[in-house]
Design a protein around this ligand. Structure first.
Ligand code: UTP
Length: 221
């Protein structure tokens, strides 16, 4: 079974947290063909903010974000026992490396401006014909509003790809914007029909459970 995981940038602020997630990934890689795409988190947002203040356009800000996601990819590789030694830079390289699966985890960051690593993970999942796309974030799933800002927000247990697209199309796609799933990712999920689960990775056991079909997040089917 092939699994592509999008790991939110929030998990790169604490070595202990990242170590625990790496242990889970190494374990999963013994039974599953695993690729992980790393987000940029607050560091990416910090650089994007500085660049904007200096007059950078959105594409340049996106490139800064991509650089930070790749730095986080290196951090994850440092924590893993069984990964390819460098982050992959594009989909083809990753797919080729995983074609004759060696059991090694392929890690990659961002690829090109205009979207986030959620979309990278969705495109990669489509390209390698993954069985599951797992979006690991710091909230319990997809809500009708940002639960960090609106405590009354309602969580969806299941969404159709069409509903996901409708929800995400309201979001802004500026560099560094804070969205659970970006609209490009939603469209890719819709066209590929890939099974997608959004879960909270604060407890890394949730990642193992979700791969085994048990979760309390949001399932897009
Ligand atoms: P992230 O993938 O980290 O954004 O990319 P995110 O999903 O909103 O944040 P977290 O990390 O899960 O909280 C950071 C920024 O890098 C640029 C975008 O500007 C994005 O907002 N980026 C990333 C790209 O332009 N292209 C990519 O392929 C990846």
């Amino acid at each position: 079974m092939k699994v592509v995981i999008s790991l939110g940038g929030i998990f790169f602020s604490d070595a202990e947290k990242l170590k625990k997630i790496a242990v889970v990934f190494d374990e999963l890689a013994q039974s599953y063909n695993l690729c992980v795409v790393t987000g940029g988190g607050e560091r990416a947002r910090e650089y994007i903010k500085l660049a904007r203040e200096l007059g950078a356009n959105e594409a340049l800000c996106d490139y800064l974000g991509i650089a930070l996601t790749r730095i986080n990819a290196k951090l994850l590789i440092a924590a893993l026992k069984n990964a390819y030694p460098e982050p992959f830079l594009d989909y083809k390289e990753t797919a080729l490396a995983k074609a004759n699966d060696t059991g090694k985890i392929a890690v990659m960051g961002g690829v090109s401006p205009g979207y986030t690593t959620d979309a990278v993970a969705a495109i990669l999942a489509e390209y390698v014909n993954a069985d599951l796309l797992l979006n690991v974030t710091s909230v319990d799933g997809i809500y009708d509003a940002d639960p960090r800002k609106y405590p009354g927000a309602k969580k969806y247990d299941r969404l159709s790809p069409k509903e996901l697209v409708a929800l995400t199309m309201k979001e802004e796609l500026k560099a560094g914007s804070r969205i659970v799933i970006d609209p490009v990712a939603a469209k890719i999920i819709e066209r590929s029909g890939i099974k997608t689960i959004v879960i909270n990775g604060s407890n890394p056991q949730n990642i193992v459970d979700a791969v085994h079909g048990k979760h309390q997040g949001t399932e897009i089917v």
